[in-house]
Ligand binder design. Structure first.
Ligand SMILES: *Cc1c(COP(=O)(O)O)cnc(C)c1O
Length: 230
């Protein structure tokens, strides 16, 4: 089942790329495995997936050692500064940087384990009360403020678009994300790269791809519904 779901998602991504004349190699699928047991991650791995998204520090710690060493864990959930130390040596990329304090802490622990951690700025693109992230109007200043840290690599932007039954209603937000990344690129800030755009989930990843996503984060569409009670 997982294998079929993955090929299904990959096929949809490729056909959208063909339609929009986007290089399919520029779009990467992250299988969002939060709450899911190791066996399911291994099944996805066997189907070719190497990128997994988790939103809890504890789950990354638990799963990290049990997956093959070329597995890449992406931290996509809200990250508390006091927990950075547990994942600094494990996580491939942190998508959810939304404060100076958090960036400083990631820089510190990246230094401790002698690496440069790629990070994305989380943007609250629809200005939703319930969402984490930097307001679009504050992004450039925020990026500038954290650009001097030597052990983080600012690699792009991430957003969680509004929940919707109609993916088309998020197109404008995805387009604004792309424009924001272009605007930041045009600032020519040292140590700032905008090659990653992490956006699109099960309900709207096709629209996100057509608006320039380079990472789509698909959970339910691969692993089925999540049960938060267990
Ligand atoms: C859970 C989650 C996803 C995946 O959501 P689905 O709708 O199950 O595809 C993507 N991104 C983030 C940040 C998440 O927390």
């Amino acid at each position: 089942m997982i294998k079929e779901n993955i090929s299904n998602v990959n096929e949809k991504i490729i056909s959208e790329c063909n339609r929009d004349k986007i290089d399919p190699d520029s779009v990467h699928l992250i299988a969002v495995s939060k709450t899911k047991p190791l066996e399911m991650l291994k099944e996805a791995y066997d189907a070719g997936v190497r990128d997994f998204g988790e939103n809890k520090v504890q789950e990354i710690v638990d799963k990290f050692d049990k997956m093959p060493s070329d597995t890449r864990f992406h931290m996509i959930g809200h990250l508390q500064t006091n927990k950075v130390k547990y994942i600094a040596d494990k996580v491939y990329m942190i998508h959810s940087v939304d404060s100076y304090k958090l960036a400083a802490q990631i820089d510190k622990y990246a230094k401790n384990c002698n690496r440069i951690i790629p990070i994305l700025i989380e943007v609250n693109i629809a200005d939703e009360e319930s969402k984490f992230g930097i307001a679009p109007s504050e992004c450039i200043d925020f990026v500038k403020s954290i650009s001097t840290f030597s052990n983080i690599k600012i690699s792009g932007l991430m957003t969680v678009a509004p929940f919707t039954e109609n993916p088309e209603s998020n197109r404008a937000y995805f387009r604004q994300m792309k424009q924001l990344s272009v605007d930041i690129t045009n600032e020519n800030i040292d140590n700032v790269f905008m090659n990653v755009l992490s956006m699109g989930m099960t309900g709207d990843y096709i629209v996100a791809v057509s608006e320039g996503a380079t990472y789509v984060r698909v959970g339910t569409g691969i692993f089925g519904k999540r049960n938060y009670d267990i």
